[in-house]
Design a protein around this ligand. Structure first.
Ligand code: ADP
Ligand code: MG
Ligand code: MG
Length: 251
């Protein structure tokens, strides 16, 4: 599903190298977790995949299925089925949640040559998704993220995922922002959307999240590369011993 090879990325601003030959392959139906010390380049990886400005890829490739992600504009990547739940969700005053979601969904359908959904069908779809995720649809009438609590923003992200039905979901969680309730929300959302045709990349600082979302594969990232790959037990090892041994081993 997602295939990243020898990815090298530097900051456009000053040429600082952030990703230094990263390899990562996520299969359909799988959940992979990435953990790693602060400043490893975890967020940079998600931004580069989503196509955010300010980074230049100097070497390597990233494919979603057959699609060369790096050749596409950000909205084309979304249409190809990539979804990034932002670390710091933006507030968009004046734009209702429903309007935003419907616009995003229709843009993707159009790009795929499909018909737009009518407003009645869209309403039905959103209500059904909200209900299956046990999310209050009232929230949808408010401007996007404005005055949302941390938990509401998370709920909103999960609902966006459910409506847009991406093939590849990347969740980049804040290092400290997830309280126990938000963690439960995110994990229930991810688990509900787990599907043979969909894959997840969950970037997290805490093993606790992985108690709820059992990943198939855990990667440790440091200094712009994946330094170790294992199963869920690798996350437990990090929780117990920190990163020091793994970093030394990788030298
Ligand atoms: P992580 O998410 O693993 O904590 P980041 O990807 O946020 O790591 O950052 C990796 C490194 O790149 C850090 O040293 C960070 O300061 C730097 N960096 C990333 N993006 C930018 C940016 N837009 N401007 C300046 N420095 C950046
Ligand atoms: Mg960080
Ligand atoms: Mg980060």
């Amino acid at each position: 599903m997602l295939d990243i090879r020898n990815l090298h990325v530097e900051l456009e601003e000053d040429g600082k190298q952030i990703l230094k030959g990263l390899d990562l392959s996520v299969g359909a139906g799988q959940v992979h977790a990435i953990m790693g010390p602060n400043g490893s380049g975890k967020s940079t990886l998600s931004y580069v995949l989503a196509g955010r400005d300010g980074y230049s890829v100097t070497e390597g490739s990233a494919h979603l299925g057959d699609v060369d992600l790096l050749a596409l504009e950000p909205e084309e990547r979304a249409s190809a089925g990539l979804f990034l739940a932002f670390q710091y969700p933006v507030e968009i005053p004046g734009v209702g949640n429903m309007t935003f979601l419907r616009t995003a969904l229709n843009a993707q359908r159009k790009a795929r040559g499909e018909e737009e959904v009518s407003s009645a069908d869209f309403l039905k779809l959103v209500r059904q998704k909200a209900q299956s995720l046990r999310i209050d649809a009232e929230m949808l009438k408010r401007p996007i993220n404005v005055g949302f609590s941390g938990g509401e923003k998370k709920r909103n992200e999960i609902l966006q995922m459910a409506v847009l039905e991406p093939r590849m979901c990347i969740l980049d969680e804040t290092d400290s922002g997830l309280d126990v309730d938000a963690m439960r929300l995110v994990s229930e959302g991810v688990n509900a959307l787990r599907d043979a045709g969909r894959a997840f990349l969950v970037i997290t600082h805490y093993q606790r999240l992985l108690d709820h979302i059992t990943p198939d594969v855990v990667h440790i990232m440091a200094n712009g590369r994946i330094i170790k790959t294992g199963g869920p037990e690798l996350a437990l090892e990090v929780e117990r011993n920190g990163y020091a041994d793994l970093l030394a081993e990788a030298q």
